[in-house]
Write a protein that binds this ligand. Structure first.
Ligand SMILES: C[S@@+](CC[C@H](N)C(=O)[O-])C[C@H]1O[C@@H](n2cnc3c(N)ncnc32)[C@H](O)[C@@H]1O
Length: 364
């Protein structure tokens, strides 16, 4: 198998965004997938046997795949090879990852692979698969490779510009919907998603609350672009405004008061940041994870800013990191918010805080 420093060295071409080759394929050698400091995922591609003939100076390390006597690789073989390759690189679920990546490359679901085990994979798809395996082997989250993450039963496009939405964040959506299900709830509500990232909460709420108008706020223009794309994809772009702003300071006064603000702020402290798993620390946007301080910086900023924007009787729903609820609640004491006991996630951790802004007669 040849060690290829760059895929321009290979006899392959890019056709319509798809990498193609003109050689038969070889069993994937797990050693090709190294966690390398290089950002170039195309380095160390080692599948193409004809390179051995064309480029004799390259080291040859490939072995033929068992069922490849005709130069063909089946879905079952590709999964096995991918699993072997990833298991050599500390991936927790190598088989699952290999299946997700292959399904993505073939444009089918993971379960559809099971009914197509003996199907031969086109060479161009195998190369795309190998690139995906190489990225995964270096620790890149699978969602950035496939560019998809499910949230609230919907598919969202995710890129390294946005945090990969977490299932716990669905608790915020759930609790927001409870508020709008209350007897005196406003039908045509105004909602802000503060730090909207992929737009997962803004889009989910706009879909569920068909009369609502949502403002999605983020400091990152790249994140807003992805959020906007997701709103288009789910047909709610006309009811979501995307605004670049540092907190709520950039919202003009015509957007004066709203019924609800939802917010999943960057709440990892600088100290905790270094203990995050490699794939989070290395690949997800730092500005979406940490306040570069004690982890409470955005609560200190966003809670008072929200008080100035939420109508009396309106709500602010915040996501919490594990072990943070007491410290966040202490920031709310002697404020204009009433706080209910934190909502727990499936692991039993306090995960979300629902605050209600006191009415005028209730102010302390
Ligand atoms: C933890 S992520 C949440 C993303 C998304 N809401 C979710 O739950 O998946 C925090 C988001 O806040 C944004 N952000 C960071 N600092 C901000 C600021 N000063 N003003 C507005 N947004 C900010 C980041 O760009 C990031 O998209």
């Amino acid at each position: 198998m040849a060690t290829v420093r760059n895929y321009r060295d290979l006899d392959i071409g890019l056709q319509g965004g798809c990498i193609t080759d003109r050689g038969s394929l070889w069993k994937i050698n797990p050693s090709i997938i190294a966690r390398s400091p290089t950002p170039d995922p195309c380095e160390q591609l080692l599948l193409i046997p004809h390179m051995r003939n064309r480029e004799p100076e390259h080291k040859v390390r490939a072995e033929r795949a068992p069922a490849e006597s005709h130069g063909l690789v089946t879905i079952a073989q590709a999964i096995k090879a991918g699993e072997e390759a990833l298991s050599n690189h500390d991936q927790e679920y190598p088989r699952l990852d290999a299946e997700y990546l292959l399904a993505h490359c073939l444009g089918c679901s993971r379960t559809q692979l099971y009914t197509r085990y003996s199907e031969v994979i086109p060479n161009s798809t195998l190369i795309t698969y190998e690139l995906a395996l190489a990225r995964r082997g270096r620790g890149e989250p699978i969602q950035y490779i496939t560019e998809v993450r499910e949230f609230w039963g919907l598919d969202f496009r995710v890129t390294p510009a946005v945090l990969i939405p977490r299932p716990e964040t669905e608790l915020i959506v759930e609790n927001a919907l409870k508020i709008f299900g209350e007897p005196n709830a406003v039908a045509s509500s105004r909602i802000v998603d503060l730090g909207s990232g992929s737009g997962c909460m803004a889009v989910a709420l706009a879909i569920e609350l068909t009369d609502a108008r949502v403002i999605a706020v983020d400091l990152s223009l790249d994140a807003l672009r992805i959020g906007c794309e997701n709103a288009e994809r789910h047909g709610v772009r006309d009811r979501i405004d995307f605004v670049q702003s540092d907190g709520l300071t950039g919202l003009n006064s015509s957007r004066s008061t709203v019924d609800l603000i939802v917010c999943n702020p960057p709440y990892i402290s600088q100290a905790e940041f270094n203990d995050l798993p490699y794939e989070v620390r290395q690949f997800e946007p730092r500005c979406a994870l940490t306040d570069e301080g004690d982890g409470l910086g955005f609560y200190r900023k966003f809670i008072p800013e929200s008080a100035a924007r939420v109508k009396p009787g309106g709500h602010l729903i915040l996501e919490l990191s594990t072990g943070q609820s007491d410290r966040v609640i202490s920031l709310i004491e002697k404020s204009d918010w009433d706080v209910t006991p934190p909502v727990k996630d499936l692991q039993g951790h306090d995960r979300c805080l629902v605050l209600r802004r006191r009415g005028l007669g209730e102010m302390i």
